[in-house]
Design a protein around this ligand. Structure first.
Ligand code: MN
Length: 299
């Protein structure tokens, strides 16, 4: 009875937020969806996830969706995503799985006017579902997950981000961390209260300040105009705890995406493998016109 009541309460909260937001968005001028994209990123990608050396469950998860339908490709593009779940008794595994599923489903709803709005709504949908499950089932309170995803559409990457997983851009000799960690220690670093070195060894380094499932969530969204040769790396903290940015860049530059994902996971394991580790690498070989993409059979 108690559970039913709290579940209903949660549903009411979600309904109000979702309805309000949705009507507001639908009221915006709706344009005709494009028949096909003007530009298609021609990509290779590779991914690898591993339990690590000490954990009993793998609560990390990755997923991707590459639509074949030209309108979906033009309006939503391809999505690559990682999640790092948390919460005891396999709750983290459930959270990352549910969040990714809900996120992808909501994101590909073409009623939403543009990519960045769709990303925000999709994160909120994932958040609502994880919260609902967490509050409905005793013992799953506190379950949550990070979510970091890159959308490749036309000539841009749109990156949506909650938590302390990361997205990097490797371009030529440079590596840039696109996302800011939503962690207690990195917020202290950004405010100048801790050095990056102190943050790395702080006992609070695993405390995250934004996650899917914990509260009303506002994702960060970034847009990166793509260039041929760019590589995007999505990864969980199981990689970045053990492997420096410079080494990530070096491996990604000198390997194919799937070999790089494998190698980076191995390196994290060799350095201790203290956590689950997940790496997704997307390499943009070329930015093709629609005609060219059809000619070579890419679309
Ligand atoms: Mn982790």
């Amino acid at each position: 009875m108690q559970n039913n009541r709290s579940k209903q309460q949660v549903n009411e909260e979600i309904e109000i937020t979702a309805k309000f937001r949705r009507n507001e968005l639908l009221a915006q001028a709706r344009r005709e969806p494009k028949a096909q994209p003007d530009i298609v990123p021609f990509v290779r990608f590779g991914a690898k996830t591993d339990l690590g050396n000490v954990r009993e469950n793998n609560e990390d998860k990755f997923d991707f969706f590459e639509p074949t339908e030209p309108t979906l490709l033009a309006e939503r593009g391809c999505v690559y995503a990682v999640c790092d779940g948390m919460g005891g008794h396999s709750a983290g595994q459930i959270a990352s799985e549910l969040a990714l599923k809900a996120f992808l489903k909501a994101y590909y709803n073409l009623d939403l006017p543009d990519i960045d709005t769709a990303l925000t709504v999709a994160v909120q949908a994932a958040n609502a579902l994880v919260r609902e499950i967490a509050q409905a089932i005793p013992g799953r309170r506190g379950m949550g997950t990070t979510l970091t995803a890159a959308v490749l559409c036309e000539g841009d990457a749109h990156v949506v981000h909650v938590g302390d997983s990361r997205c990097y851009l490797v371009r030529g000799e440079h590596i840039e961390q696109i996302t800011d960690d939503h962690s207690y220690v990195m917020e202290q670093v950004r405010q100048g209260l801790l050095t990056p070195e102190e943050a790395q060894y702080s006992p609070y380094r695993n405390v995250i300040t934004r996650s899917i499932g914990m509260d009303a969530v506002e994702p960060d969204i970034y847009r990166v105009p793509l260039q041929a040769g760019d590589r995007l790396v999505l990864c969980t903290d199981g990689l970045t705890t053990h492997v420096s940015d410079e080494r990530v860049a070096e491996v990604v530059r000198s390997h194919s995406p799937s070999a790089a994902a494998q190698r980076l996971v191995e390196m994290a394991l060799e350095e201790g493998g203290s956590d689950n580790v997940t790496v997704v690498v997307v390499q943009v070989l070329e930015l093709l016109t629609w005609d060219k993409a059809q000619q070579i059979g890419w679309v």
